[in-house]
Write a protein that binds this ligand. Structure first.
Ligand SMILES: *Cc1c(COP(=O)(O)O)cnc(C)c1O
Length: 414
């Protein structure tokens, strides 16, 4: 059973009706299901039970402390891309020895902090980064553990903005430079080479690109062995897609089975960095219809959530399912553009949706758990939404709604 379902004519999250959440916390509101997050994480972790492994949840998908702390409690590792995310993981009780640090532009202060807390490894994306890391580690008299992020030049067949494994992107070290990079890394005094990684994109809906990329990593691993470089882990990145509309992405178990079959005759620790597939379908964005209007034959439902709350439709042309919280409405069904109040024509949540609507109705924008709140902004001086975690029949406010006064803190007049 999905954690989001209708009961007694009302859309619920676990055992809580969403209209109760709106009553208590107002709208717009991000509403998470604890059970949904936990079961997706377990889908990965259980499937890897037979191998030495670590699931490194990609924090950028959703970095709320409640989400991070429940994953930390399950024993999860974390994939971070900034010192800000590092501090969040530490604050949430995450184990630094289970953190991998990705990203093309790690600053010196970020590297220092990560070295001090002794993270599991740096996923290094260039030779310049490698030498900077070696130098900083030397100053601190520490050894930096590294994995090199190899760009396998495979097409993840996803939106161009979230395709990261093609050789013309900014990501990773080019495949044909990988061997020399590893040899340089091996010869650096304050670097310990422990792994190899890749991350080919996001919202990937087939297994084939993963296996292509993994095949290339394995070829490289053999070349490295021939050069006396022995690794401890292989990290196949994240990126598994979820169902937004009619996609049918493989389940984590299927991906993992294919990965494990491919590396069956090795004993490397296996790392994965899933983000979207753990939290994406574990949340809805709850919003209320403020106005209904018609312009030149088009029907608009203007809601109180906007592109600052949920950027994905504007940024990626993403399609999100929109449900009425009341299962049955008396109003006639019509095709509506569901739009926000922000002064941009790109400010839409969904276009041309057949819905029965009237002013004051609550809507639930589905699949809002990943790259939802974390991409939200204060554009139009709109405070960011409240975040609520549902746990059985409990609703827990895990981030209160911002206030306008907070938005002006730190600013001054002349
Ligand atoms: C964004 C990212 C991930 C997670 O991607 P999802 O599509 O959310 O699973 C994993 N690894 C790296 C390096 C990333 O940049």
């Amino acid at each position: 059973m999905s954690e989001f379902h209708y009961a007694n004519g009302q859309l619920c999250a676990e055992r809580v009706a969403l209209n109760k959440v709106a009553e208590r916390f107002a709208t717009p509101a991000y509403v998470y299901s604890r059970a949904a997050i936990e079961s997706q994480w377990h889908a990965y972790d259980d499937a890897l039970a037979e191998r030495q492994h670590l699931i490194c949840y990609a924090v950028k998908a959703n970095s709320n402390l409640a989400v991070l702390s429940l994953l930390a409690e399950l024993g999860s590792g974390f994939d971070i891309v900034s010192v800000g995310e590092l501090e969040r993981v530490l604050k949430a009780g995450g184990d630094p020895s289970k953190i991998v640090f990705s990203g093309v532009g790690k600053r010196t202060d970020e590297i220092k902090r990560a070295l001090d807390v002794k993270i599991k490894c740096f996923n290094v994306e260039s030779l310049s980064e490698l030498s900077r890391l070696d130098q900083i580690a030397a100053e601190k008299n520490l050894i930096a553990k590294v994995s090199l992020r190899i760009n396998p030049d495979v097409d993840a067949e996803t939106h161009p903005y979230i395709s990261t494994g093609l050789k013309e992107t900014k990501f990773g070290i080019a495949y044909d430079r990988a061997l020399e990079s590893y040899i340089q890394a091996r010869d650096m005094t304050n670097i310990d080479v422990v792994g190899i990684d890749c991350h080919i994109g996001s919202q990937i809906t087939t297994i084939a690109p993963y296996i292509d990329a993994l095949g290339k990593l394995l070829d490289m691993v053999s070349e490295l062995r021939a050069n006396n470089i022995e690794l401890q882990h292989i990290d196949v990145g994240g990126g598994l897609g979820i169902r937004y509309q009619d996609e049918s992405p493989p389940a984590p178990q299927e991906l993992i089975k294919a990965v494990c079959d491919t590396i069956a005759d090795t004993s490397y620790e296996i790392l994965l960095e899933p983000g979207r597939s753990i939290v994406g379908n574990a949340a809805v964005l709850l919003t209320r219809v403020e106005y209904i209007k018609e312009n030149s034959g088009r029907n608009f439902a203007i809601v109180d959530a906007a592109m600052n709350d949920m950027l994905r439709p504007a940024l990626y042309d993403a399609w999100l399912s929109i449900l009425t919280v009341n299962e049955q409405n008396s109003a006639a069904v019509a095709a509506y553009d569901i739009v926000g109040p922000v002064c941009e024509s790109g400010d839409f949540i969904g276009l041309n949706r057949e819905l029965s609507l009237q002013e004051g109705d609550l809507l639930a924008i589905q699949s809002a758990g990943a790259y939802g709140f974390t991409m939200s902004s204060n554009y139009n001086t709109r405070p960011r939404a409240v975040e609520v975690m549902i746990d059985g029949s409990e609703m827990i406010e895990v981030r209160r709604r911002e206030t306008v006064a907070e938005l002006m803190e730190g600013e001054s007049t002349l």
